[in-house]
Design a protein around this ligand. Structure first.
Ligand SMILES: Cc1cc2nc3c(=O)[nH]c(=O)nc-3n(C[C@H](O)[C@H](O)[C@H](O)COP(=O)(O)O)c2cc1C
Length: 167
């Protein structure tokens, strides 16, 4: 017997309890750039080095990543709250191109935009991608990593948060 799924509101309320790191995923193709703030990025496995990010299929990121078969993940540091808001479309800077006027950006080895002094930036080739419901799930093979020092920006209980070590 198949069990009924919970209502979306129950689901989103439950998942709001998760504490996730915040990243800006970016892609570039034919002179166009797109990027958005995500909390869905996580590791898949280390051998091979794979990560994933779930992106709404309507977002421009998807067409560019699908064309180029490449994307980048820029993990944000605690001082990047404003940038996270800009790349979530939650400020007056709503145009996708204008978003890159905020922060310092350069091209990574995949051609995808990398944020200077992000916590960590990871260049990826698309390993596989599939659609489930409203979102596309991008699994990326990591081909380059740039590390900087800092503390991660976290999102939990529908708010940005900082980490605190317990010992
Ligand atoms: C903290 C945070 C996490 C988010 N995580 C995701 C995510 O994992 N996937 C996604 O598709 N959108 C996520 N969003 C929403 C997108 O950032 C937002 O819908 C997008 O930037 C809108 O882009 P557009 O104006 O180009 O359509 C998140 C927003 C915030 C503030």
């Amino acid at each position: 017997m198949t069990l009924d799924a919970v209502e979306p509101q129950i689901f989103t309320g439950a998942l709001a309890a998760a504490a996730n790191s915040v990243s800006i995923v970016t892609a570039s193709h034919a002179g166009k750039r797109a990027g958005l703030t995500v909390s869905s990025m996580c590791s898949v496995c280390a051998e091979p080095p794979l990560l994933l990010a779930c992106v709404n299929a309507d977002n421009d990121f998807c067409s560019l990543a699908d064309e180029s078969q490449r994307f980048a993940v820029n993990m944000l540091e605690q001082r990047h709250v404003q940038l996270a808001l800009v790349f979530a479309g939650l400020t007056d800077t709503t145009d996708n191109h204008d978003r890159f006027n905020q922060g310092e950006w350069r091209e990574g080895v995949t051609g995808s935009p990398l944020l200077e002094r992000s916590l960590v930036s990871l260049d990826c080739e698309v390993d596989s991608v599939f659609t489930r419901g409203t979102h596309r799930v991008y699994i990326g093979k990591v081909v380059s990593v740039v590390n900087s020092a800092g503390l991660p920006l976290v999102y939990t209980d529908r708010a940005f948060a900082v980490t605190q070590a317990l010992d």
